[in-house]
Each structure stands twice: as structure tokens, then as C-alpha cells.
Design a protein around this ligand. Structure first.
Ligand code: HEM
Length: 290
């Protein structure tokens, strides 16, 4: 049972043509296994989370009731990307598992939307957002070690609360970048094999072997995305993550959730017209939330 399907080129060379489609089921089963293992671990084995430090009442009073988390632009990007991603997954894989339809046109159109939205996101994140907020920092790595030690009953100080994104989200984002850029870069070249509005069809752009490798990479990253997207949706639906999912719809999360999970020193938010201040309390010496 090979992981790739092969063919013989007109010149007698054996070339890969794409991945073997049973890998679709491998990805779906991997995603389902992840749900089962994670949900069982949380239900029966995970210890209650504990974080270092606490919030002073003065600081709490400065945090707005609705903490802004995602701008309207960022939310629109997310949902456009999600629609394109689901369209790509369904148009690519439904025909492979027996639902035949004329999928290629829908697929490259969704591919073009995904490509445009990701280009937009790269510019938006680089120049208008806090670019570094999604990359692991030293505190994340130190705290990952602490959490690991504590989970096996070893002595370690409690970890800090998270910055805007926990380490797990940052690692997930990295995996999505790798798989997403792989399908996008190969997909843009593959568009020259089919008729689109962008450039004239030219199936001779690369050798049969290069095309074969490109289809293989496109397929591998594609099935990887099945599992990655399943895991993303699973977390989005989990009750303890609902505040985060809601923030991708409404743009904000509650002050309570923010203070419980996030460290105002690592993810500062604009102070509200503070009740403490409006009551005339002395806010002198209150360090900035960041
Ligand atoms: C979630 C993302 C994506 C997935 C899961 C995915 C999956 C697939 C799969 C499984 C195929 C069939 C390949 C084969 O027969 O070996 C395919 C073909 C194709 N994909 Fe994607 N793809 C994705 C994103 C993209 C993007 C972003 C583009 C364009 C920028 C694109 C353009 C194409 C084109 C043009 C074909 C048709 C090639 C042909 O029939 O010769 N795909 N895709």
C-alpha cells in the first residue's frame, strides 16, 4: 500500500502523480482520535489550572468590561479565509470519496480567494497589528516546561497567565502557515494546468517529475489541513473556549475571562474610563496595564 500514486510518462519515466487518497481517511481518523484523547484527558486526568500572580483591585477597575480582542478587519479576514478553506476542502476531497461533481472551477476560485486573503493578512499583521503577538516568546517556553513538570507531579512554580495567545495557539498558527503556504504556492502554479482567468493554460511549465512532486505536496498539505481544521473547530466548540470563539464574532471578550486567562502585563489593553478614577480614587502609582 503506497502513499503515492504513480504513472509512466511518455518518455517511460515513472513519476508520482498525486497522493494516495486513503490518506484522506487517515487525516479524518487522526482528527477524531485527537478529539477522543483530548476530551478524555480533560475529563479524567487534567489538574485544575493554576497561574502565578493576582490582579490588584485597582488594575481590575481599569480593565473595560468588554476587552477588545479582534478588530472588524481581522474578523472579516478570519471568516473569509474560513469560507475559502472549507470550500477548498470540500471541493477537493468530496469527489475523491465518491461525490462526483465539476469541482475544479469552484476549487481554483476558492483558492484565489484564499490566496488574496492571506496576502492581505500578511500585510495587515506586519504593519497594522502586533506582529510578534503570535510567535512564541521566552516566557511561553519557560511556562511550557513548568506546566509539563507540574502535570507529572514534579515541583515547579505556577506559570504566568497567557499573553494575547497561549503557546498552543501560536504553535497551531505555525502549522497552519506551513500547510497553508504549501497549498497556496503549489496551487498558484497548478492553476496553469487548468483554464482560469489569470494566465494562459500551460501544462508544460515544468517537467512531469516536478509537476508530480507539486501535486504530491499540494495533496499532503491538503490532507494535513483536514486534521488541522478539525482540531481548530473542535476547540472553537469546546465550552471553556467559547469566550474566545465569541470574540471572533463580536470582537471582544469579557473582563472576567481576560483577567482569568491573560496577564495584563503581557497583553495590555486600553484602560477604560475607570470606575476607580471616576469615584475619585487615588490611581497614583498604578502601573500601566502593560
Ligand atoms: C485547503 C486548501 C486546499 C486543499 C485541501 C486542496 C486540495 C486539492 C486536491 C486534493 C487537489 C487534487 C490534486 C490531485 O489530483 O492530485 C487539488 C487540485 C487543485 N488545486 Fe487545490 N487545495 C487547496 C488549496 C488550493 C489553492 C489555495 C489553490 C490556488 C491558489 C488551489 C488550486 C488547485 C488547482 C488549480 C487544482 C487543479 C489541478 C488540476 O486539476 O490539474 N488549491 N487541490
Amino acid at each position: 500500500m503506497g502513499f503515492l500514486e504513480w504513472a509512466t510518462s511518455p518518455w517511460g519515466q515513472r513519476v508520482p502523480i498525486h497522493i494516495a487518497w486513503f490518506l484522506i481517511w487517515v487525516a479524518v481518523i487522526a482528527g477524531l482520535l485527537f478529539f477522543i484523547v483530548h476530551a478524555t484527558y480533560l475529563r479524567y486526568f487534567a489538574k485544575a489550572r493554576e497561574f502565578a500572580g493576582s490582579n490588584s483591585p485597582l488594575l481590575v477597575a481599569r480593565i473595560p468590561e468588554h476587552v477588545p480582542r479582534h478588530s472588524l478587519t481581522a474578523r472579516l479576514f478570519h471568516w473569509v479565509m474560513a469560507a475559502a478553506m472549507f470550500t477548498l476542502l470540500f471541493t477537493a476531497f468530496l469527489p475523491k470519496v465518491g461525490f462526483q461533481f465539476n469541482w475544479v472551477t469552484y476549487h481554483w476560485i476558492a483558492g484565489a480567494v484564499l490566496t488574496a486573503s492571506i496576502l492581505f493578512h500578511i500585510i495587515h499583521a506586519s504593519f497594522f497589528m502586533d506582529f510578534w503577538s503570535i510567535w512564541p516568546d521566552r516566557i511561553d517556553l519557560r511556562d511550557a516546561r513548568r506546566r509539563m513538570l507540574r502535570s507529572v507531579g514534579k515541583a515547579a512554580p505556577p506559570p504566568d497567565r497567557f499573553a494575547k495567545y497561549p503557546l498552543e495557539n501560536k504553535l497551531y498558527h505555525g502549522a497552519i502557515i506551513a500547510a497553508g503556504l504549501s497549498v497556496i504556492i503549489t496551487g498558484v502554479f497548478m492553476m496553469s494546468r487548468v483554464r482560469t482567468i489569470f494566465f494562459p493554460r500551460n501544462p508544460y511549465l515544468f517537467s512531469d517529475m516536478t509537476w508530480g512532486m507539486m501535486y504530491v505536496l499540494h495533496g499532503l498539505a491538503g490532507v494535513g489541513l483536514i486534521a488541522l481544521i478539525m482540531v481548530h473547530v473542535y476547540f472553537g466548540l469546546r465550552p471553556e473556549k467559547r469566550a474566545i470563539t465569541k470574540s471572533m464574532i463580536f470582537g471582544w471578550m469579557s473582563r472576567d475571562f481576560y483577567l482569568e486567562e491573560h496577564d495584563p502585563a503581557r497583553w495590555p489593553v486600553e484602560p477604560s474610563e475607570s470606575p476607580a478614577r471616576s469615584r475619585g480614587a487615588d490611581t497614583e502609582g498604578l502601573t500601566d496595564a502593560g
